[in-house]
Design a protein around this ligand. Structure first.
Ligand code: PMP
Length: 387
């Protein structure tokens, strides 16, 4: 098989699994317990927090562990909005955010907030001039992703962070797609909150975190016994958090080399795919995650292409795995100005640690044939060919 769907699911690193096992068998204390087994669990959580803070290059805040990036985005946006609504009720975001950001903004809209979604250009870059112009007296939060999980476009977050800092507006960055692929540095981005996900850096699923800078006030969205400094109640997922910490430690050491390796494979795939007639790249040609290839094939339904590739043991995605159930065209591709049929004809290939040159060869051996076969069934293609 050749797996090109890392953005939807990553294998857990062996070293991470090895580090987690003792926390499922031996160190079974509850971090809130005062006995020594509880203290051991608590110190494991603190150690993991330290490793994640080091990965994002800051000491000026906290990591609050959550069940994943979706919950972290909810906490950042709904939690911050509800806590600070006395200061203002205007939020700025972009039109290509993950649905967990967009739907969190919608919750605030139902609670009387006004949200401005800044458009993007054809390559998916947020229009910073429009963002700056949309700032109002009552703007309390700007939330923009670091990189897009579908088209891989990397946003000018440092520039946006500078604007936010200058105006005294809190800046939240969803770094789910970028962490472990490119440098995520909280201080350089002037980010006040950052959403992080464990599985995207080869840690276990169902774990994530929100970085909250000192002085930023957030209201919890999950209440109970007051764990995680009251920001997120519920007994902590100790093995999962230990795994997330070790994954962060490994990522910090290894991601640069790995990104270079994946970038070469990515460029090779893009070059070879664009040799297929009527095929175009989605997203930015350069400001792009090293593991992302998003391509559209005219006269083809992405779903059929995914299924045909699956039959050959090749795994890819249409749009993002998170929204593909809706059968709506990707809101990200639509925001980039693509037509419905162009968005539906788009495919996402994401690379990871175990992707090899051989996988790329296998993909490029099969893909042109499958594209040709599907196009032959398309009436529009036949018409174009005069058949
Ligand atoms: N933000 C981005 C940019 C994502 O790509 C995803 C999905 N991987 C999420 C948030 C939500 O992550 P999860 O489904 O793991 O909660």
């Amino acid at each position: 098989m050749a797996y090109f769907d890392y953005a939807s699911g990553c294998p857990v690193d062996r070293r991470v699994i090895d580090a987690m096992i003792p926390y499922m068998i031996d160190v079974i204390g509850n971090p809130s317990s005062v006995h020594s087994m509880g203290l051991k669990a608590r110190s494991a959580l603190d150690e993991a927090r330290g490793k994640i803070l080091r990965l994002i290059g800051t000491e000026d805040g906290e990591i609050i562990f959550t069940s994943g990036a979706t919950e972290a985005n909810n906490l950042a946006i709904i939690g911050f909005g509800m806590r600070n609504r006395g200061k203002g009720k205007h939020i700025i975001s972009s039109s290509i955010e993950h649905m967990s950001v967009i739907n969190s903004c919608k919750v605030l809209q139902k609670n009387g907030f006004d949200v401005t979604y800044i458009p993007v250009d054809r390559n998916g870059i947020v229009r910073v001039d429009e963002l700056e112009e949309s700032i109002r007296e009552d703007t309390i939060l700007i939330t923009v992703q670091h990189a897009n999980n579908e088209i891989g476009t990397i946003q000018p977050v440092e520039e946006i962070g500078e604007i936010a800092r200058e105006k005294g507006i809190v800046f939240h960055v969803d770094a789910t797609a970028s962490l472990g692929k490119i440098n995520v540095n909280a201080d350089r981005m002037n980010a006040d909150m950052i959403t992080l996900s464990s599985n995207d850096i080869y840690g276990p699923r169902g774990v994530g975190g929100l970085f909250i800078r000192k002085g930023v006030r957030v209201q919890p969205i999950i209440v109970g016994g007051g764990q995680e400094k009251g920001y997120r109640s519920g007994t902590e997922n100790v093995p999962g958090i230990v795994g997330f910490g070790v994954a962060a430690e490994i990522t910090e050491k290894e991601y640069r080399e790995e990104a270079k390796r994946e970038e070469k494979l990515r460029d090779e795939i893009i070059r070879r795919m664009l040799e297929i007639e009527d095929t175009y790249l989605n997203g930015h040609p350069e400001l792009r995650l090293p593991n992302n290839v998003n391509v559209r094939f005219s006269y083809i339904e992405g779903e059929s292409l995914v299924l045909s590739l699956d039959m050959e043991g090749i795994y890819a995605s249409t749009a993002s795995a998170c929204t593909s159930k809706t059968l709506q065209p990707s809101h990200v591709l639509m925001a980039c100005g693509l037509k419905h049929e162009e968005a539906h004809g788009s495919l996402l290939f994401t690379l990871g640690k175990e992707t090899t040159e051989k996988d790329v060869d296998r993909l490029m051996e099969v893909l042109p044939m499958v594209v040709e076969k599907l196009r032959k069934m398309s009436p529009l293609y036949k018409k174009k060919k005069g058949g």
